[in-house]
Ligand binder design. Structure first.
Ligand code: RB5
Length: 196
């Protein structure tokens, strides 16, 4: 009786974009593939008319990084009021519907003022890669704000890349971010008492 030898070859496919990153603040969970960001974190983005071109470029960039983005407008250059669009992203992050957000206006100043009114939002207005990186490492920024009239496109996209690739450092910075959360809780309680 003849016997058949079966050889099973298992091919392990390595994801080309599989750069390991840590998503856990305290480095407890370990490392995930970069493309897992798509599943774990929803990204919301919005701009006013002065930031609409940069917004489109950011969406394309994130698409290439396998990061899906929820575009909350505006979609053309007809003048709009930046608070109306800032609120969309800030509310999504504040309510936990989005893990992170990006806002673009002319200078970024108006959008950052709006976003930082919302509990749980830590919006960082960044004009360079250094501040973008530190805003993640030290402040655990969850909204990146950019000014299209102040940045050239290459720099703006470099800022976005580094902001996504940098983890919160935790440690002593956790205590400091926690203090911001305490301030928010105190102010909210005060308002509840005032409003009866
Ligand atoms: C719009 O002209 C401009 O004021 C706005 O995009 C932003 O720069 C506000 O901070």
């Amino acid at each position: 009786m003849s016997s058949i030898n079966l050889k099973v070859i298992i091919i392990i496919k390595v994801e080309p974009k599989g750069k390991f990153i840590s998503l856990d603040k305290n480095h407890r969970i370990g490392y995930y593939f970069e493309s897992f960001l798509e599943i774990l974190v929803n990204i919301a983005i919005a701009s006013d008319h002065a930031g609409v071109d940069l917004k489109e470029k950011i969406i394309k960039l994130l698409d290439g990084m396998s990061i899906k983005v929820d575009d909350l407008g505006t979609d053309n250059k007809d003048p709009v009021d930046y608070p109306d669009y800032g609120i969309r992203v800030a509310e999504a992050v504040s309510d936990g519907k989005a893990g992170r957000g990006i806002l673009v206006c002319g200078t970024g100043i108006g959008m950052s003022i709006v976003a930082n009114k919302f509990p749980g939002v830590r919006a960082a207005l960044c004009y360079d890669t250094f501040t973008a990186k530190i805003s993640r490492l030290h402040n655990d920024s969850n909204v990146l704000v950019l000014g299209e009239r102040v940045l050239d496109y290459k720099l703006a996209l470099d800022i976005v890349k580094i902001w996504f690739k940098t983890d919160f450092e935790g440690g002593r910075h956790t205590r400091r971010v926690e203090k911001i959360n305490e301030i928010e809780k105190r102010l909210m309680k005060k308002r509840e008492v005032e409003e009866g």
